[in-house]
Write a protein that binds this ligand. Sequence first.
Ligand SMILES: NC(=O)c1ccc[n+]([C@@H]2O[C@H](COP(=O)([O-])OP(=O)(O)OC[C@H]3O[C@@H](n4cnc5c(N)ncnc54)[C@H](O)[C@@H]3O)[C@@H](O)[C@H]2O)c1
Length: 324
Amino acid sequence: MAVMVTGGTGQVGAFLSKSLLRSGQEVLVFDAKPNLENIREIRDRVTLVEGDVTNLPSIVETIRKYRVETVYHLAAVVVLDSRENPLKSANVNCMGTVNVFEAGKTTGLKRIIYMSSSAVYGRPEAYGREVVSEDDVPRCPIDPYSATKVMNEVFGQHYFSKFGVKTLGLRLAATWGPGRYVGFTGAFNDMVRRLAIGESASLPPDFAFPGAQLRWLYVEDLGDLLVHAGTVGEGSIKRRLYNVGTRGPFTPVDFVSTLKEVLPDARLSVEWRDRPTESALSVAGPSGLDIDCGRFYEELGYHEKATLKSSIERAIAFERARLH
Ligand SMILES: NC(=O)c1ccc[n+]([C@@H]2O[C@H](COP(=O)([O-])OP(=O)(O)OC[C@H]3O[C@@H](n4cnc5c(N)ncnc54)[C@H](O)[C@@H]3O)[C@@H](O)[C@H]2O)c1
């Protein structure tokens, strides 16, 4: 019995696959354009299928051939690419996700854990409050990417209530760590990477608002959390959609001071801003809008093992090891 990870060679998928292997599970990576560098350490321990989620028969065939019971659906066209290619993002993010739900209905999968995003919440002024939770209906998603995630959530709930497909949607706060060095969070990861390998770097302006409320999980910690989401008993699941991030928020000031504690000689320049940039205003967290993630921990019984410091230490060790 294998666990299938669509988009399994992306930033999150590669770390999730490593966590799944550590937990003793058989892993099938399903990706349209495999990034072999991201799965370098585990390439010989996973089954890699080059496949496209827009092709329903190939998803069903793969699930049957490898006797897949659980699917983690991560394949997506993400933020900037989605803005550049709205048609592609509608095909992959919308139709690809419905295909995965439909494949679950056809084959009787045990669970489908699919990735939504805190991007569904949009700008803070839509709420008139500083903290939002799963009870808040997403208002004004600001771009094609966020809109496709809202659409995924509606279909995920429908496949559950109408057909009994055990969908579980996770609204991820952004993830930080190795595996992505371009785009919005990529600029942040690139800063950490440069400092880790002894180069100088500056804190990107999008993350220089001290009032930001970040719940970003280090990507390795997210992998472990996702394993829990896939294995927790069905009886613990009280809702089909959870916010996912660190249990408590941290600010960019916390991140910078912890980074300097771990790397006292880091050549990091920081210019704090008194308000978020226009681009950060559309992203919950960097905008100052805090997303309550407590229910995932309380209802699903998950215990956070990592601290910000331990995550930064592992990120630095990972980046240094990748140099060789
Ligand atoms: N990384 C984050 O900060 C973050 C935050 C919120 C939500 N998410 C969600 O988590 C998931 C994983 O994100 P990521 O950062 O790892 O993205 P990523 O871009 O690094 O990886 C996506 C993967 O999907 C694959 N893919 C794209 N189109 C495909 C298709 N048609 N068929 C099969 N595979 C395809 C790509 O080749 C890539 O390997 C996405 O659904 C994303 O929306 C990520």
